[in-house]
Design a protein around this ligand. Structure first.
Ligand code: PLP
Length: 375
């Protein structure tokens, strides 16, 4: 039996020709025509006059956003607790202190009430936060209008981690374009992939120029190599950008397929009391449904998320618990946290199900019969 993956790369077909172009023209470099064309395609896609810089990963994009936000040693940065560790690690790269914020139950993302409480309390302690990192988890847009209002009111820079949310919208506007900076990821498991890669979504050309300068070892304008600042090697490869160009041609189609997966799970679980499929709270939200996820109330189902996960694994079907919140991670154990137990409860009861845009009808039948074994 083949393994059914949680989310695996899904090529559209034209990626190879763009990579071949890079090879034939000898543009085997961390810049070049594919990088430029991929950036242009992303700008056209997210709109809102966004200026995009393609980078080595989503993590490096987040790191550069924090550097450009002026975050340095000892600063406070507010970060959504319910997320993948890559959202929080770059705060530490800068020697700054992450302060984690709980989620709210409708979008599973940053709770605006807990956010404001944290800001007020940190200001009282004389540690006004330098930046806020909000995440659109599993493709679901956060309560971004409220969060933007709070960020403006307290004059704190907003970074949107849209690594999982390319193509998701709130009131028709693409995730990644609301904050001062947005970040995207093209890692192997994301909605489109370049095997590894990411992008920084900027508000203007100057920001992009600064990002590229930092991403290419911070070279001064001089024929000899001269540097006045610490630089990084964070630019995207022109070979990999070729994959990205091809993937852009199938992005909307793949979002449609991911959304169809979510509908498939809604149908299976509609008759099962105690299982809730994660969905948009109302029509203002449009999720790419990167990963279809469920929460299980085991007092009603009689089985836990671990029971379901292990049962699926017996049939070589991969599923995964929801992200373990950052405030519960050993590496961040001394960090401050504001909120209740929303993120913690989601982690205990939630499961991500196979969600690739490349799932076949046969895969779906296997998944369905495996799930039905439990009820
Ligand atoms: C994948 C991911 C990242 C990091 O992206 P990489 O390209 O893997 O560095 C950041 N945040 C979230 C929420 C992610 O899922």
């Amino acid at each position: 039996m083949n393994k059914i993956w949680l989310s695996s790369p899904h090529m559209g077909g034209t990626e190879m020709s763009y990579m071949q172009e890079a090879y034939d023209s000898n543009w085997i470099a961390p810049l070049g025509p594919n990088v430029t064309a991929f950036e242009e395609a992303l700008e056209k896609y997210v709109k809102e006059e966004a200026i995009v810089a393609c980078l080595a990963s989503g993590t490096s994009a987040l790191h550069l956003a924090l550097i450009m936000a002026g975050v340095t040693s000892g600063d406070t940065v507010l970060c959504q607790s319910f997320t993948f560790s890559a959202s929080a690690n770059p705060i530490r790269y800068q020697g700054a202190n992450p302060v984690f914020i709980d989620s709210e139950i409708t979008t599973w993302n940053m709770c605006p009430v807990a956010l404001e409480e944290a800001i007020k309390d940190q200001i009282v302690q004389g540690k006004k936060p330098k930046a806020i990192i909000v995440v659109h988890l599993y493709g679901m847009p956060a309560k971004i209008a409220e969060i933007c209002t709070i960020a403006n009111e307290y004059d704190i820079l907003l970074i949107e981690d849209a690594a999982e949310a390319l193509g998701s919208t709130y009131k028709g506007r693409k995730c990644g374009t609301f904050g001062d900076f947005g970040i995207l990821s093209f890692n192997g498991n994301k909605i489109i992939t370049t095997s590894g890669g990411g992008a920084l979504v900027c508000k203007n050309e100057e920001s992009k120029k600064r990002a590229i300068y930092l991403a290419t070892q911070a070279r001064d304008i001089a024929a000899h190599f001269q540097h006045s600042e610490v630089g990084y090697n964070y630019r995207m490869s022109n070979v990999l950008a070729g994959i990205g160009r091809g993937q852009m041609e199938v992005l909307d189609k793949h979002i449609g397929l991911r959304r169809a997966n979510q509908q498939f799970y809604k149908k299976i679980f509609s008759e099962v009391p105690g299982i809730t499929v994660f969905e948009e709270p109302n029509a203002a939200y449009f999720s790419n449904h990167w990963l279809s996820s469920i929460t299980i109330d085991k007092t009603k189902t009689g089985f836990s998320r671990e029971d379901l996960r292990l049962s699926l694994w017996e049939d070589i079907i991969e599923s995964r618990p929801l992200w373990k919140p950052m405030h519960l991670q050993p590496v961040f154990k001394n960090c401050a946290y504001y909120g209740e137990q929303i993120a913690e409860t989601l982690f205990e009861n939630g499961l991500c199900l196979p969600s690739g845009s490349n799932l076949t009808e046969e895969d779906r039948m296997r998944i369905e019969s495996s799930i039905r074994k439990l009820f």
